[in-house]
Design a binder for this molecule. Structure first.
Ligand SMILES: [Zn+2]
Ligand SMILES: [Zn+2]
Length: 372
């Protein structure tokens, strides 16, 4: 039986800071593509930023669901299979892919342009009010249905609840991968994490899995620090009022690390002004990482880079899907990686405004939309 066009619903950003939940039509998958019925989608700071991207745009880039239709030539998938969506889709053949940096694939955008150039895609895979529209990160997970390249889906164990697994494809991978793949935290290492939201909590989990002995969680919201403890933080610090230059915070982190600073300091707040604070928290010769993907200007005093400190801004935790997703699944199965304990709030699609508000004020640590 050939799949036809489906009608569903999606959250559409209008490009001017607003969004609506509305009806969409989604085409059947072309060759090399699959259509996924989305069950749940994580809410990330990047989704809030996407309100200002050119619109209209189907929002959302973390998600999980079931394979609903399969295009020609796609192997290894079947209808009804639970799958994770991955926004950084590697081609497997470009210079970056061949040098182990799949997250930096040089052809993802090119391939997508080629897809949009074919005759079917002129009509558009997703239509809203009769018009073909883009989907965030070629996924658009805040939607009942989406069509994606087959390489963007990874089969999930049927025992994993989709409303928890949906956050694997951004928050979990970014956080855990930054600690394990990029900083390469090792047993006995010391770690500090600024910001205990979706990414920060996963940096903490990654550091714990890597065997770090001191993991300092820093956040202004007590509930987030409690969650950080549950997930592996050995110490928690709340920034002080009137500590504008962070001198007090730096002194407290040093006091916990023999006066030296940590081996690996991470910024996961999404606040541009804090992007270089990890340089003050890291020891000489240590790693400072900005993993929140914060956009905007920040000021750097160059002496912060002295003493062999390395400053890194990794994308997506250095994700190589074929290597990293099976390892994350293994860690979930043996109980080392927590999923459900990361998620503080579930929302219906209609409550995205509240989900953003909870995220931006720090009331939630990680929010998930249940897609109806
Ligand atoms: Zn994200
Ligand atoms: Zn590539």
């Amino acid at each position: 039986m050939t799949a036809g066009v489906v009608r569903g619903s999606a959250i559409i950003a209008d490009g001017a800071g607003r969004f609506v939940v509305d009806t969409i039509e989604v085409d059947p998958p072309a060759a090399g593509e699959v259509r996924v019925a989305i069950a749940a989608a994580g809410v990330c700071h990047t989704d809030h930023a996407s309100l200002r991207w050119p619109g209209p745009l189907v929002m959302g880039h973390e998600g999980a669901g079931h394979v609903e239709a399969i295009g020609a030539g796609v192997e290894g998938l079947e209808i009804g299979l639970p799958v994770l969506l991955n926004w950084a889709i590697p081609c497997g053949h470009c210079w970056q892919c061949e040098h182990g940096a799949a997250a930096l694939c040089e052809r993802t955008h090119e391939l997508d342009a080629a897809r949009l150039g074919n005759s079917r895609a002129h009509v558009g895979a997703t239509r809203w009010r009769g018009q073909a529209i883009e989907r965030a990160f070629h996924l658009g997970t805040f939607a009942s249905h989406t069509v994606v390249r087959a390489e963007a889906v990874t089969p999930l164990s049927p025992t994993l609840p989709l409303d928890a697994a949906c956050i694997l494809g951004c928050a979990v991978m970014t956080g855990v991968g930054s600690a394990v793949n990029v900083a390469q935290a090792s047993p006995g290492d010391t770690v500090a994490v600024l910001g205990c939201g979706g990414v920060g909590l996963n940096v903490i989990q990654g550091a714990r899995i890597a065997g770090a002995s001191t993991i300092i969680a820093i956040d202004r919201v007590p509930a987030r620090l409690e969650r950080a403890r549950v997930l592996g933080a050995t110490h928690t610090l709340a920034p002080h009022e009137h500590d504008g230059d962070h001198a007090q915070l730096v002194a407290e982190v040093r006091a916990l690390t023999g006066g030296r600073g940590v081996d690996h300091a991470f910024e996961a707040t999404g606040v541009p002004a804090l992007a270089f604070l990890p340089l003050k928290l890291a020891r000489n010769g240590g790693n400072a990482l900005q993993v929140s993907g914060a956009h905007g200007p920040a000021t750097l005093e160059l002496t912060e880079l002295f003493w062999n400190k390395r400053y890194l801004a990794p994308l997506y935790g250095g994700c190589v899907p074929a290597h990293d997703f099976p390892r994350l699944f293994e860690w979930i199965a043996d109980g080392r990686l927590e999923l459900a304990a990361l998620i503080s709030h579930h929302y219906p699609m209609e409550a995205l405004e509240r989900a953003f508000d909870d995220m931006l004020t720090g009331r939630s640590s990680k929010g998930v939309l249940r897609i109806a």
